[in-house]
Design a protein around this ligand. Structure first.
Ligand SMILES: *Cc1c(COP(=O)(O)O)cnc(C)c1O
Length: 398
């Protein structure tokens, strides 16, 4: 993959017809180092957030080799990482995917949130004696911008009976939850951990692991969350209050926070109508969350001419397909002079960007390049010296 020092340098060499996914593996590596150094437990990467090989390799080189996976395809992909340890945390799995995970990929950790799913796991693994079973409990998603509740998670009232049953068949028993994605209040984790503590007391069942899921935030123009250190502190405090803390392992499964700032996309303006720009990527591409979750991403006009004219104006973005829902209201801040033929870099699309792109209307194909500059926004910029470019070059060529 070609390596450039910035989007501007990339465009000096050619004028791409397709949108360009710009990978910053060094930013993923920095996020991984932060989690490994500051999270008081095991760190799993939630593989669904971004499946680009250079990103996964950067995370792995930084030391993340445990992965939260949800499908057979994710299992096969992540199993290729040296020393990978896979946690099959989708609470509803197909029988074949359980059996393949167990037989062919050595997966022993499985999530469940119902009696039926527990039975399914036991049947498909031949009632193996070395299973690590994680009960997914429902928890409030009130502090997150993208709630994930409703689909999964056993209600508190039914949890004790399931825990008791699983305790009898599991080698290791865990409890897991997800507070919702882009959880902007650290207390979300403390509240959920206290709920777990209560569940352990009321059920009288000892657990070996508590997996607090993902939800750690990234930085966007519409969402400036507290520092990640505040999350680590809140979690450590709540953990300290748990009676089981000395015999229990703590795990987390960040997706967004590890990869959001590790990718941006270069798009071209194909038309301007007032303050609406028609660009060559959109809601059916990397901007799904901009269209459907009202995310705002940082944007900048690329190139030497970009600096002329000071100040910025508000723009909305139409994608290239013929569907009128292919619209991201933003606003996205750009120079008022932006016009047809200009290229724009849209940042922070590393989480749930490329993985949500589809082929509607024949779009959804990208060029790819590695950029070695800083992400447009960062949760980690102040946590380390400026990132060494050699690291990213090495990763990109690996
Ligand atoms: C999606 C998901 C994650 C990652 O969530 P983020 O908000 O991206 O951190 C972690 N665990 C599970 C079970 C998930 O479904």
């Amino acid at each position: 993959m070609d390596v450039f020092t910035s989007a501007a340098e990339l465009l000096r060499n050619h004028r791409p017809e397709r949108p360009v996914l710009c990978l910053r593996p060094h930013a993923a590596a920095r996020a991984a180092r932060w989690f490994l150094a500051n999270f008081p437990g095991q760190v799993l990467y939630a593989a669904k957030a971004n499946d680009a090989s250079p990103i996964i390799e950067a995370l792995a080189e930084a030391g993340i080799t445990k992965f939260d996976v949800a499908s057979s395809v994710e299992i096969a992909r992540m199993a290729a990482v040296p020393n990978a340890e896979l946690y099959f945390m989708n609470p509803v799995k197909s029988r074949v995917s359980i059996r393949t995970a167990f037989d062919e990929f050595g997966v022993r950790s499985f999530a469940f949130d119902s009696e039926d799913e527990l039975d399914k796991i036991l049947e498909e693994t031949g009632r193996a004696r070395d299973l690590a079973l994680y009960l997914r409990i429902a928890c409030p998603n009130t502090h997150s911008l993208i709630p994930l509740e409703g689909k999964f998670g056993v209600p508190m009232a039914e949890a004790p009976a399931l825990l008791l049953r699983a305790r009898q068949v599991a080698k290791r028993l865990g409890i897991t939850f997800h507070v919702g994605s882009q959880a902007v209040v650290p207390a979300a984790f403390g509240e959920a951990l206290r709920q777990v503590g209560q569940l352990i007391v009321t059920s009288g069942v000892l657990v070996d692991a508590i997996d607090i899921g993902g939800g750690f935030p990234s930085r966007y123009p519409h969402s400036d969350p507290p520092e990640l250190a505040d999350y680590a502190e809140e979690i450590a405090k709540a953990w300290d209050e748990l009676a089981v803390k000395d015999s229990c392992e703590l795990l987390c499964e960040p997706g967004r926070a590890l990869v959001a700032e590790a990718e941006s996309v270069i798009v071209r303006v194909d038309a301007r109508r007032g303050n609406a720009l028609y660009i060559n990527d959109g809601a059916f591409g990397t901007l799904f969350d901009a269209a459907y979750s009202r995310f705002r991403y940082p944007a900048r006009l690329i190139g030497a001419r970009g600096a002329k004219g000071r100040g910025e104006a508000e723009f909305s973005l139409y994608g290239p397909t013929c569907d009128s829902s292919d619209y991201s209201p933003g606003p996205f801040m750009l120079p008022p002079s932006v016009k047809e033929g200009d290229y724009i870099e849209i940042g922070q699309i590393g989480a749930y960007g490329r993985v949500l792109a589809n082929r509607f209307n024949g779009f959804g194909e990208y060029d790819e390049a590695v950029l070695t500059d800083e992400p447009m926004l960062s949760m980690y910029a102040d946590t380390e010296q400026p990132i060494a470019a050699e690291v990213s070059l090495k990763t990109a060529r690996a």
